[in-house]
Every structure is written in C-alpha cells, then in structure tokens.
Design a protein around this ligand. Structure first.
Ligand code: DC
Length: 199
C-alpha cells in the first residue's frame, strides 16, 4: 500500500511529535526532513556538495537538534540546488510500500503534492518559543525565552519568504492550530483525519 501523510509547519509547532505518533499508530515509516537540512548545514563547506553527498552517517550526528543547527539549516534550505539535491530521496521515501509520514516545510506543496493527507501544523510564535525554551531546560536553558522567540521569528521569516519552496499551507491542507491544544488533543485530531482518509 502506498499512502503518504504530509505534515508541514513552522519550527516548534509540534510537527515532530504528531508525526512520530502517526507513524507509530499506523505503522508508517517516518522521515523528519528538517534533519536532512540540519545535516547539510552542520557539515560545513559548500552546502550544495554537502547535500549531494549526504550519508546516513551525517544524519547520525548528535548536534543536529541545537538552535544553531536549526538556523544553519534554515540558511542552506534557501538554496535551490540544495533543495533539488534532496528531492528524489524524499519522494522515494514517501512512496515506499506500507505508508509514510514526512514532516517539513514543503512536503504538501512541492515534495508530495499528491499526498493522501496534508496537515499544516501551526501555533503562535510566542507559544512555539515557550515550548522550545522549556525543551531546552526552561530557566536552566542556555538561551533566554526572548532569545528563543527572536530565533523562532527569524527562522519563520526566512522559511516563509524564500523564493524556492517557501513555507505555506498547501491549498488542500487541513490546518491544525495547536496553540490552545494539548499534545494528546493535537495527536487525536491528526489520527482522526488520517483514519477518515484511510476508511
Ligand atoms: O523542522 P526543522 O526545524 O528541523 O527544520 C530546520 C530547517 O530546515 C527549517 O528552518 C527550514 C529547513 N527545512 C526546509 O526548508 N524544508 C523542509 N522540508 C524541512 C526543513
């Protein structure tokens, strides 16, 4: 069975949590496409060469989740040649047998415009920044809440306003605003949307 779930949205909206829950519930494979861009940014050197030679080893680095890696990813992700080098891998993953869920910025718009289900997960910048700051340790985090909010806004601005594959909901995506939702509620909504399409 081929069945693709595309989950897009800005940083720290809850895409990863929802995607992992969806993959586990339905037995789908999951690809966090942000990790590809993070690995390209972290490799250093020429980002186009880095994207063309990306290996599983690059994706296994343990420093890819930091705020800095996120910013570097957002910068290299604005380069059309970098995006082009990563497209085929993502499309092949999406059409593997058994179903797949991919989360990112352009899955429903560019990578998988024919995905069976498209969900745009969002939340206010303030709420996303607070969640990310709490993940980083809250009061014990190396960055202040204000710094994290500034980085969230900066990344939104770059991801939404780049010329190639900017972050935006696909016309046929269902928007899930998680600002006022618990994790459980957001997951339940996503599972219900997918179950309805599978039925
Ligand atoms: O989802 P994330 O925070 O790990 O993504 C890091 C950056 O990578 C994000 O700011 C923009 C870029 N990205 C992208 O351009 N397209 C994707 N499909 C996924 C991520």
């Amino acid at each position: 069975m081929k069945f693709t779930v595309a989950i897009d949205g800005p940083a720290a909206a809850g895409k990863g949590t929802i995607s992992r829950a969806v993959a586990q519930h339905f037995g789908f494979a999951h690809l966090d496409t942000g990790l590809l861009y993070r690995a390209v940014g972290a490799k250093g050197g020429d980002p186009v060469a880095a994207a063309r030679s990306l290996s599983p080893h690059d994706l296994a680095r343990d420093d890819l989740r930091s705020l800095e890696a996120g910013q570097a990813a957002s910068r290299v992700a604005a380069l059309p040649e970098v995006r082009a080098a990563l497209t085929a891998f993502q499309r092949d993953f999406a059409r593997r047998d058994g179903g797949a869920v991919l989360d990112g910025r352009d899955i429903g718009t560019v990578i998988c415009p024919d995905a069976e289900v498209k969900i745009y997960v969002t939340a206010s910048p303030e709420i996303r920044a607070r969640r990310r700051w709490l993940e980083l340790g809250g009061d014990a985090a190396p960055e202040s809440l204000a710094d994290v909010l500034a980085q969230v806004r900066d990344r939104d601005d770059r991801d939404m306003n780049r010329a190639d594959a900017p972050l935006k909901p696909a016309p046929d995506a269902v928007t899930l605003d998680t600002s006022e939702m618990s994790v459980e509620q957001a997951i339940a909504k996503a599972l219900a949307l997918i179950s309805a399409r599978l039925a």
